[in-house]
Design a protein around this ligand. Structure first.
Ligand code: UD1
Length: 315
């Protein structure tokens, strides 16, 4: 029986966590429904037991949780604009799926569930950096859905004694992130376009900033959170980021250097549900799980561009 379950394993965060576990010699089961995950992302994970299925189905959740000790619940329909276009689908794949996973984990005797929270929970509050004491202020259906999942995890820790840990990710990027969808993260889109000599579009004036977090930092946080003492982390939520923000205009300039793109960006209307600035205080994750930023933004972006340069356009 595998010790670990990774949901959303064909997505880039789930895939990266599973790869790190396999490298450590762990036994892993992964599940994905391929709504946004890619089959190509499973290449290299052959030692993992893979189940294709949808977490909105409670029976499937029971099946994949059986015998497992720790769950990394990374599955979601990520993307703010996708949730604006179809809030019902986002709710089903984020809220219903999370509740199903928690019930199945509880019933299967899973010890700990780790959850991919989102910085979108903070919304557009003027206070920077964002710290965990701040009241949430979701501004999109996606933010509502991810935050609702957080509350379920906290309540399951309190009521059922399931160990749950919430990692609030800030704009994760890196190898294996899908660059092909209109709803892809901005860095995946920009890397792919600029390497192909195509003009990227900046929504708004480009002055908005993000605490872009390289995937290796997120994987590291998950491994630390999986083994941290329950007294310290169960029922808690913490930011996972770098603690530094950069504007989209600055990011575009760095990407020009890295990709050799010589054009200008196109500017378009700001996106609905978008927030202006996002920057994390990462003190709590340092205290609770010993988290440290291993790879800074520039180095992460360099590695990411290298990866998109060598991976096939469909990857
Ligand atoms: C939000 C969450 C993030 C979550 C992600 C899931 C916040 C602060 N962050 O990211 O934690 O993981 O949703 O999808 O809420 N943009 C362009 N051109 C493009 C694409 C995007 O200018 O072609 C802009 C967007 O308008 C936005 C920024 O780039 O200002 C980042 O967008 P995106 O990568 O989609 O992530 P967020 O919506 O910030």
């Amino acid at each position: 029986m595998p010790k670990y379950l990774v949901t959303g394993v064909a997505g880039f965060i789930g895939r990266s966590i599973a790869a790190a576990l396999l490298t450590r010699g762990e036994s892993v089961r992964g599940v994905d429904n391929f709504i946004t995950g890619k089959r190509a992302n499973l290449i290299g994970l052959e030692k993992m037991e893979f189940v294709e299925g949808d977490l909105t189905n409670p029976a499937l959740c029971a099946k994949v949780c059986a015998g497992v000790e720790i769950v990394f619940h990374e599955a979601a329909l990520a993307s703010v604009p996708r949730s604006v276009a179809d809030p019902v689908a986002t709710n089903a794949n984020c809220v219903d799926a999370t509740l199903n996973v928690l019930v199945a984990a509880r019933d299967a005797g899973v010890r700990r569930v780790l959850y991919a929270g989102s910085s979108s929970a903070y919304g557009d509050t003027p206070t920077l950096p964002k710290h965990e004491e701040m009241l949430p202020n979701p501004m999109s259906p996606y933010a509502v859905a991810k935050l609702t999942g957080e509350y379920y995890l906290r309540v399951f820790a309190r009521i059922y004694g399931l160990e749950t840990v919430i990692l609030r990710y800030f704009n994760v990027f890196g190898p294996y992130q899908d660059p092909t969808s209109h709803y892809s993260g901005v860095l995946a889109l920009f890397c792919r376009k600029m390497l192909a000599g195509q003009q990227p579009t900046i929504y708004g004036d480009g002055g908005q900033s993000r605490d872009f977090t390289f995937i290796e930092n997120v994987v590291g946080a998950n491994l630390l959170a999986a083994s941290a003492p329950a007294e310290k982390v169960s029922g808690r939520f913490m930011n996972v980021a770098t603690g530094a923000a950069i504007t989209l205009n600055q990011t575009f300039d760095i990407l020009c250097d890295l990709t050799g793109y010589r054009g200008k960006p196109a500017y378009a209307e700001p996106r609905a549900g978008d927030i202006r600035h996002s920057l994390a205080d990462i003190t709590l994750a340092k205290e609770l799980i010993g988290y440290q930023t291993k790879v800074d933004f520039r180095e992460g972006l360099r590695r990411t561009v290298d990866w998109y340069r060598t991976s096939s356009p469909e990857a």
